[in-house]
Design a protein around this ligand. Sequence first.
Ligand code: ADP
Ligand code: MG
Length: 250
Amino acid sequence: MVRAENVHKRFGFVEVLKGIDIEVRAGEVMVVIGPSGSGKSTFLRCINHLEKINAGRLWVDGELVGYQQRGDKLHELRDRDVCRKRAEIGMVFQRFNLFPHKTALENVTEAPVQVRRQSRRAATERARALLDQVGLADKASNYPSQLSGGQQQRVAIARALAMDPKLMLFDEPTSALDPELVGEVLQVMRDLAAAGMTMVVVTHEIGFAREVGDQLVFMDEGVVVESGAPRDVLANPQHERTKAFLSKVL
Ligand code: ADP
Ligand code: MG
């Protein structure tokens, strides 16, 4: 579902990704950990066509991200095509970014109606089912300000799912939450993984990584230092940098 080969990303003269190689199969959960500034968010943004890579190759579901290959030449996709591809990938951020003046239900129906041109009726029916799936059937008419952080994040997940994404990216989805609200969001993500969604999750929740992750990737300074089965990496890290990081978060 996702394949990165020697992906490089620079901002000006600063190289933030220095040759990332990863592969996520359909239905797998990859958990990415690493210190602040190591390039985790940038890498997610490259997968989601929000950043252009400077070198290497990146595919989502067999298609090059941002480019089309004709013969042996790469052609940049038009903005419209980039947007269309981006709509196939769900993204959940640390800050929930809900529309404050729309109810939970309206937040979930917005993109299917505006972008996918679904009928309001069909979109509403589906949104109610999704709110039910994330445990918020009774909050459909609440505004974000009337919801806890954990509830807002679950609305954000429902909103992403409303576009029927083939891949879900999570960028520290529980980092902005009060500790007692983290569990309810992780539970929704656990259910999603169990239902077969392909997911790339940047998180510091090591328990989630161990329990739900198929692969754990440790990034530092723009490279993948170490990756493997979560239990192996956590119990028996091979690199000093991984050991030092884990000793701080475990
Ligand atoms: P992480 O998510 O692991 O904390 P980021 O991907 O956010 O790391 O950032 C990696 C590095 O890239 C940081 O040094 C950050 O300052 C830099 N960076 C991120 N986005 C930009 C940008 N748009 N312009 C310039 N530098 C950026
Ligand atoms: Mg980040």
